[in-house]
Design a protein around this ligand. Structure first.
Ligand code: KDG
Length: 341
């Protein structure tokens, strides 16, 4: 039978072992066996795919192996809209959609879909990880969801199979797939395209069969979804920054202890920093690989980007009113603050 001093050294030993990995010991013992179904629409080799693998490792380590995250990639358990409603129904625990499809539930999230808002990732991080981004996440519990933090989808670029787009007018008449989101529809119709709303899981086939001429997504998605196989032209428009929202089912969240919630919250932040770095470090390399794979990559001159901005001004005015002038002004103020810093 171990005497007291023996017990004391055993405890210190256990703590010393656990602490470097931010192990379970650092999260008191209020952790139960949990299985967490996490589904995404993107592929395993996308920064988001690699991010959720890292997220699962972190949760496993911090919970001493009790909280198990089971990952599903490439829309295996549904598209964004389907998975979000699965969370609301409590039949799935987590998903990480772009914020764009969330506007069907909370229209104010559309504020992130307005074009040409951000000039840099630094501005994005300051706004999303700051009070404005947090305030937006606080709108989710009323819809049966809990938003932990934002990961990076990225600045969106236009691709198509018909012609190089180097001028604003080159977009005229192109049939372009957009996310199921009214602002994206109006923006691309405003640019002269024929915008077609469609779930991400249907996009590759629609491009391959030429049901649509083009689409717009960040560079890591163009590669991991192999759009270069069915799209010849890539134009670096950076027209909209698209965030991912890391979501948890509120039905599941409300069952968790404070320690379990903290594990998921901390893992979201660590996973975020890992995923953003992967996405940003990868952009230049992937662009070279897309060029080498036969894609014709075009820069769009600042004067032509300014013409595109001008063309979508009425759309920005319409939606800034719809989402709320105060909210829009607050966002502009946060961006201006970040731009100065
Ligand atoms: O499920 C994948 C989507 O979340 C993400 O790729 C969204 O950017 C997106 C798109 O174009 O649908």
């Amino acid at each position: 039978m171990m005497n007291n001093s023996g017990k004391m050294w055993f405890l210190i030993g256990a703590l010393a072992l656990a602490l470097p990995f931010g192990g379970a010991a650092s999260y008191a013992a209020d952790i139960q066996e949990r299985s967490i179904k996490l589904g995404i629409g993107l592929a395993e080799d996308h920064p988001q795919g690699m991010g959720i693998k890292r997220f699962a490792e972190i949760v496993d380590k911090k919970s001493g192996g009790k909280m198990k995250v089971k990952n599903y990639f490439s829309g295996a358990i549904g598209d964004d809209v389907k998975m979000v409603s699965a969370l609301q129904g409590g039949v799935q625990e987590m998903t990480i959609p772009s914020t764009a499809p969330l506007v069907g539930m909370i229209k104010e999230f559309g504020i992130f879909d307005l074009p040409f808002l951000f000039n840099s990732e630094q501005e994005v991080d300051a706004v999303l990880d700051g009070p404005f981004g947090q305030k937006m996440l606080e709108r989710l519990p009323a819809k049966g969801l809990v938003g932990l933090c934002y990961w990076e989808n990225g600045f969106r670029q236009l691709t198509n199979s018909r012609r190089a787009v180097t001028k604003a007018d080159d977009i005229q008449g192109l049939k372009v797939r957009v996310m199921q989101n009214p602002a994206y529809l109006d923006v691309f119709n405003g640019l002269g395209a024929n915008a077609v709303p469609m779930a991400f899981t249907e996009l590759y086939t629609a491009l391959e069969t030429r049901t649509v001429d083009g689409q717009e997504n960040p560079i890591p998605t163009i590669q991991s979804s192999k759009f270069n196989e069915v799209q010849k032209y890539l134009s670096l428009t950076r027209h909209t920054y698209s965030p991912f929202a890391v979501l948890v089912s509120k039905k599941f969240w409300d069952k968790l202890s404070g320690d379990e919630k903290k594990i998921l919250q901390d893992a979201c932040i660590e996973g975020r920093d890992y995923e953003r770095k992967l996405a940003r470090d990868g952009n230049a390399r992937i662009l070279e690989e897309l060029k080498n794979s036969g894609m014709q990559v075009s820069e769009v001159p600042p004067a032509e980007l300014a013409r595109m901005r001008e063309k979508v001004k009425p759309v920005v005015e319409k939606y800034s009113k719809e989402f709320g002038e105060d909210l829009y002004k607050e966002l502009q103020a946060e961006i201006a603050k970040a731009r100065k810093s």
